[in-house]
Ligand binder design. Sequence first.
Ligand SMILES: [Zn+2]
Ligand SMILES: [Zn+2]
Length: 420
Amino acid sequence: MTLTFISRSGAVAGQPNAHELRGASGRLLFDCGAGPRGASYIATMHRPTAVWISHAHHDHCGGLFELLASWPRTTVLATATTAKLLKFALSKGGAKGGRGTSRVEALVRRVVVVPWQRFRAVPKMEGVKIMALPAGHVPGAAMAVVDWDDGGQRRRVLYTGDFCTHDQAVVKGGGIPRIDQGPSMDAVICEAMLANDREADEVVWEEEARRLVQCVHSSRGPVVVGVGAIGESLEVATLLARAGVEVMIDDYLQGVFEVCRHKVESEWRRWKFGDRRRMRGHLRAGGVVVATGDQYRRTTTAGVLADQVVEDRRATIVVLNRAREQTGAGRLLASEMGGQMKWSGRNVNRLATVVHCQLINHAPRWQLEGFIGGVAAGKTLLVHGPTGSRWGLKRALKKKGYAGEVEVVERGERYVIGGR
Ligand SMILES: [Zn+2]
Ligand SMILES: [Zn+2]
């Protein structure tokens, strides 16, 4: 007997993730993300018996409501931390009583929690067990090891989700899974977001973190740091607190931080949380703010606050990680000091200092090579990366003498796991 893998969406970077593994015991879906057009791939699927949510980012969990609307009896699997963070990832307007909060809470209550480093049976899937392993990336993020007894033949599959192997300030890096008993890994479904990103390959996380702290320390005026809500926000706030910087944090983030409070108890005392009005006041007094909106879109708190300081020559605006074109972050990086730029629908004279820091939380090329080589699965299926980059990684692995099979996954294609 064999298992079949089909990527419904997310083989290519920029698409929401939904990858299916199926056998005689049923269908297990790895992630259920949504993009700008929702989760339209659901129309191409049959009912999954269970869905595993690797972490609380929209491109991995955003399609849950749509999926459960079609198939209310599908089991939802996640780590305990990811389950708590789903509240923030899935409710518009935050978890402070915004619209749809009770619906999200009902969903969070039905999550079947998967323990770390220990197998548990997947309900209604005979002979199928699942285990969570640390994936780095963001709080709660986990790789899943699936142990599947398929008609007397045991198969093991590892789904990485988004991961990195380097440590960040709060979230420690993931590693090559070492599981004492049972068969070796038949397949690994591996993300490859940064597989060909040369800049990311050179990044030393600690050095970038030091640079960020230095920029904030040496700023003569107000500082705005725009962050992604789940992930960078906690890392940046922690780095700054450890460096003795008094920061004011977007109060939207308080709930997110609360989930991880046991890890940041000593930093917590240095943090003040405030709404937009208080943060504006804090900036006017020359303070440092950490606000949601890593792309500085005009509707986000970071976008609104940067508007206040973009023409202030004492101010500093920090852009983290990848800045997309046509966003505030993209325009800030493309602009010149003192030059004209478009900002919130008007022309401004950019006088603030703009700093770009790469606090990456995906595995760059060197980590992907080491990880795939270390797992040494029978088959490696590359997903969630630009197609050219995935081919580049496959060639690099072959060149280094990696003997296992490597596939650049295409949407809708079938890949057989185990047997031939
Ligand atoms: Zn992610
Ligand atoms: Zn992702």
